[in-house]
Design a protein. Structure first.
Length: 1040
């Protein structure tokens, strides 16, 4: 029944259920226009969308359909209307207008509360598993935020939360009630007057309306409330809608419980049915239920069949009949061979390459616009990596939603960092000087910084000065013009930066200048706006990062503007401190035009109100999607929500599985696809293919490889180069002409001038001048240099990355250093205390890492017990040392120094990696040899300033003799020792290692102008080095 068929005298409550694409939003538009035709004015019809993006789209659609001027917004979010209600309240009472507390600011407030509690002592109210160390974790703060949100959603005050904790034997609720009370007290302070988080905004507006005898005219005139995507309603949203319809306004809830994606925000798929029933009972009317069925094909049959399979696994949530039109006829599904594509690949790189090529094919061959395609992933981290990977394959992409916190975004961070230095007048030390000079504000890279150091040192020596390069860098910040004597490109860059630096410092010291003035001075003088804008015009990963940098700078200035408006004359230091403390991104109202010309990357919740011709779901891996790890398991926010929502009567009843929520998000994703659904995963030793692959495709596809060209002009240049190098026929000329056309168009890699192997060496300057400088050698790097000088250079100059194994090894090393008791339990506790610093992609990977760590701990304990049984003692753990030998300054640390009963000292190097050293390798091990040279050169003697070695009181260190050095290998099935004979007893061995150090000194300084590549197993073996592999990859024009 349309609105034109009845009157508005008797309240009506209607629920409209429909499957994805069946016309839910169209139904909202139809009812809106029907209400206008029936005599209502636009301001008497309140249209609610589930997200701001959906509201923007719906508002524009309604305006186009209505074609008349209106006094306000035609569609908005419920939070937006609640804000308008409280604004009316504030104006009427002469109060401060309401403001919204962002999620990042709420996180900062909770951090302050927790830190205050930790400083005062947490007491004994918390259960034993929640100690001070746990409360310092970001994860604890996130769970506390979820628990507080659940309390606010259901109107649970601190006393009630504490009572619920006692009633249900949940001591964490009782303890958290104190934090909730402190949070509410903080928000009631003067500085937070009229400021609300999203949940409080809704409940405050509802309570104010309920208390009024007469509503303000603008609110009282609302006769019809239309809610789109009502499956996303939260308890606070339902609470507000009950107040809003209390005076008899009609209510229409339109949604699909199968497509609920905001379960993490306490949204309940049953909420629209429950709310409609509750409001209808309050007003003595019946709920009219409507199930929309599509009148035409809204997606391909194959996609509809997948959607039907998914919905069959989901609870109906008091609906279900909307699924009727999802199951197409089998013959139609059989004919639709292109609607759903599914593949499993051997490597993640192959999966991304396939996806990028497939998106380009659909764009180039079938004319599907980039903005008509979406890539959906389960987590934000996946989206960030996919954005980089797809941009590398020349696919224009844009990530929907807020990025990271401003302090974590590259573009905004450099501005905040310099502002912090200037406003707080931070003392400039060597590390800060290097940080500022290496930032884009100055523009020096590592080689430029090295050349600057040499130039400054040269000037210092000419002036008979004695300052080292670190001191000279610090001195640059003493005054403007301190670098004018250095006549080089680096000197000019630094001189320009210092002028801008001191100009900004002048603004920072002026109390009449705002934070906007300071940030603008830093930004405008840097010249980054022009360079980043030019870089952002492309579609590669460089353009992606440039766009992201610009977005973060715009967001920073928007935040600064809000601060200046809210705090006229406010201290700029407060703003900078707040931004550097915020760990979550702030919401932004900025429109991103890039989304209109690129593939959109988003999570399932970002699909609300959106549909695409092509939807891709890559990286479907068990533990990622579905992610079945229990949410809010520490503080029980989910449990409290279930209890207060009436889904359970006792906390022991909840046997919650995350699978229904994961299925609803998958349902939303698949339902957003119109023509094509691209499904993919990777099958490796570390990953298990998602169960959703089998659900959607009917079976797991065979694992395949993918090595086709990337379907880009750059990829074409590579293909033509390879063909040109390998062909023997007359086609050679056509390949050359093709490359010439690409080179003329400026395609990278097409012109011979850019071909690897034809370019001259960029520089042959030594890395160090041995006449005036020493080369710093670290024992851990010497072995790398001996095996492969090129490998050493790559790792020592930014080519290496700390792997998980290296991080785990650090924890085991630390346990060996700090362990006071020789038993597995105490040593494991030391490792476990820092376990949270490691990151894992899934539970089973974490469990595998834990087993590996425990095995190493067990091997260490075996070794230590044998060590104690032999009567030996430890005289040093993680002993730092330093000594000079020739032109080398050797600095390092040894894991253990052990004193045997006969007065001999053994140097022990703990190895936690998977490489199994042979006895011969240990005898020739350069790192052990360097440790022995350190001992022989007195580097561990207290007379030379080393106080890390603790000798027994009854032992004379001068009588100690070197027993040698050994590797302790603990990653195998049992502890293994590989000894190197003492060089004190073998003069030839000592001379050999001294010669190695001398040769390494010359080699590391690059006196011979080259780094030799010793091609061998270390180039590709991850258990050795593995960082040279890129240099072994054949060039596209390789002929062999």
């Amino acid at each position: 029944m349309s609105l034109s068929q009845g009157s508005f005298e008797r309240m009506r409550v209607t629920t409209v259920f429909a499957s994805p694409g069946a016309g839910k939003t169209t139904e909202v538009k139809r009812r809106f226009l029907s209400a206008i035709e029936s005599g209502l004015s636009p301001d008497q019809v309140l249209v609610i969308a589930a997200s701001r993006e959906a509201a923007n789209t719906l508002r524009d659609d309604l305006a186009l359909s209505l074609q008349q001027a209106v006094p306000g917004s035609l569609a908005r979010t419920l939070s937006s209307f609640a804000y308008a209600v409280l604004r009316v309240k504030a104006i009427a009472a002469g109060e401060v207008p309401p403001e919204l507390i962002s999620g990042s600011e709420q996180d900062r407030i909770l951090a302050e509360i927790i830190n205050g509690r930790l400083a005062a002592g947490i007491g004994d109210a918390w259960p034993k598993q929640i100690n001070a160390q746990v409360m310092q974790l970001n994860g604890f703060r996130a769970e506390l935020r979820d628990l507080i949100t659940a309390c606010l959603e259901h109107g649970v005050n601190p006393d009630e939360l504490s009572g619920l904790g006692r009633q249900h034997q949940k001591p964490e609720w009782t303890a958290a009630a104190e934090l909730l009370e402190e949070y509410l007290q903080k928000l009631s302070a003067v500085e937070f007057e009229s400021r609300y988080d999203t949940t409080m905004l809704l409940r405050e507006a509802a309570d104010w309306l309920s208390a009024l005898a007469e509503w303000p005219k603008a609110i009282a005139e609302v006769k019809l409330v239309l809610v789109d995507d009502a499956q996303e309603l939260t308890p606070a949203s339902s609470y507000f809608l009950k107040s809003l319809t209390a005076r008899g306004a009609d209510l229409v809830l339109v949604g699909d419980p199968d497509a609920s994606t905001l379960g993490f925000r306490a949204a309940d798929p049953r909420a629209m049915s429950n709310l409609a029933q509750e409001i209808a009972q309050l007003h003595g009317v019946d709920v009219e239920e409507i199930f929309l069925q599509p009148q035409h094909a809204i997606r391909t049959p194959a996609i509809s069949r997948v959607l039907s399979k998914i919905s069959a696994q989901i609870d109906t949530a008091r609906a279900g009949r909307q699924r009727k039109g999802l199951n197409p006829k089998q013959e139609l599904v059989d004919e639709d061979t292109m609607g759903v594509e599914g593949h499993v690949f051997n490597q993640p790189q192959e999966e991304v390459a396939w996806l990028a090529r497939r998106l380009r094919e659909l764009h180039l061959y079938e004319g599907i616009g980039w903005n008509e395609m979406a890539v959906v992933a389960r987590s934000r981290n996946q989206l960030e990596q996919l954005a980089v990977d797809l941009a590398h394959e020349s696919v224009p992409v844009s990530v929907a939603g807020a990025q990271s916190a401003l302090r974590d975004e590259f573009g905004s961070r450099i501005l905040l960092r310099l502002a912090d230095v200037l406003l707080h007048q931070r003392p400039i030390d060597a590390s800060l000087a290097v940080e500022l000079l290496s930032s884009p504000l100055c523009g020096l890279d590592s080689l430029g910084l090295r050349r600057l150091r040499r130039g400054l040192r040269r000037e210092e020596l000419l002036a008979d000065g004695l300052r080292n390069s670190d001191e000279l860098l610090v001195a640059l910040f003493d005054a403007v013009g301190s670098v004018v004597t250095v006549k080089s490109q680096e000197g000019k860059k630094v001189d320009r930066f210092l002028k801008n630096y001191f100009a900004a410092a002048k603004i920072a010291s002026d109390p009449n200048q705002s934070i906007e003035d300071l940030l603008w001075q830093i930004w405008d003088s840097s010249g980054l706006a022009k360079s980043w804008q030019e870089l952002s015009r492309g579609i590669g990963e460089v353009a992606l990062q440039a766009n992201r940098n610009l977005d973060s700078v715009v967001s920073l200035f928007a935040a600064a503007n809000r601060y200046a408006e809210r705090n006229p004359g406010g201290d700029p230091r407060v703003f900078v401190d707040q931004q550097l403390a915020l760990g979550l991104p702030e919401d932004t109202l900025a429109l991103n035009d890039l989304q209109n010309r690129s593939v959109l990357l988003l999570t399932p919740s970002g699909l609300i109100g959106r549909r695409f011709r092509v939807v891709a779901t890559p990286q479907l891996v068990e533990g990622v999607w579905p992610n079945l790890r229990p949410r809010s398991s520490l503080l029980g926010a989910t449990l409290l929500d279930a209890l207060m929502s009436g889904r359970i009567d006792d906390v022991k009843q909840l046997q919650r599985s995350e699978l229904p929520d994961e299925l609803r998000m998958l349902h939303k994703t698949v339902g957003s696809a119109i023509e094509r659904l691209l499904v993919s995963a990777t099958n490796t030793e570390d990953n298990q293919i998602s169960q959703f692959i089998g659900l959607m495709l009917g079976q797991i596809p065979d694992t395949r490889t993918f090595n086709s060209n990337s379907l880009t002009l750059r990829g074409m240049a590579g293909a033509l180069r390879r063909k040109l190098a390998t062909t023997q026929d007359s086609a050679e000329q056509s390949y050359a002409l093709g490359l010439a056309r690409l080179a003329q168009a400026g395609i990278p890699g097409a012109h011979p001038d850019s071909w690897y192997g034809l370019l001259p060496i960029s520089t042959i300057e030594p890395l160090a001048d041995l006449e005036n400088e020493e080369v710093t050698i670290r024992p851990s790097q010497l072995e790398n240099f001996v095996k492969c000088p090129l490998h050493w250079f790559l790792n020592a100059h930014g080519g290496g990355d700390k792997t998980f194994s290296a991080n785990l090894g650090s924890l085991v090393h630390k346990a060996l250093e700090l362990g006071a008791e020789v038993n597995e339990e105490s040593l494991w506790k030391l490792v476990e205390s820092k376990w949270h610093t490691l990151s894992f992609e899934s539970d089973w990977l974490e469990q595998a890492g834990e087993r590996k760590a425990k095995k190493m701990i067990g091997n260490m304990v075996q070794y230590l017990r044998k060590f104690e049984a032999d009567g030996a003692s430890v005289i040093g753990r993680e002993v730092s040392f330093e000594f000079e030998i020739g032109k080398a300054l050797v600095r390092g640390q040894v894991d253990r120094l052990e004193l045997y009963p006969d007065g001999r000292v053994m140097i022990v190097d703990l190895k936690t990696g998977s490489k199994a050293f042979t006895a011969e390798e240990a005898r020739e091990h350069a790192q052990l040899g360097l440790y022995q040279l350190a001992f022989e050169n007195g580097a561990f003697d207290s007379a030379n300033g080393n106080n890390d070695v603790i000798w027994p009181a009854d032992f004379d260190p001068k009588t100690a003799k070197l027993a040698g050095a050994k590797l302790l290998l603990v990653s195998g099935d049992k502890p293994t020792e590989r000894e190197q004979r003492s060089i004190a007893e073998d003069s030839s061995a000592k001379q050999k290692f001294e010669s190695i150090v001398a040769a390494a000194t010359r080699g590391m300084a690059m006196t011979e102008q080259v780094f030799v590549a010793q091609v061998g197993s270390h180039c590709t073996n991850e258990n050795e080095f593995g960082s040279c592999q890129i240099h072994l990859t054949r060039a596209v024009s390789y002929v062999g």
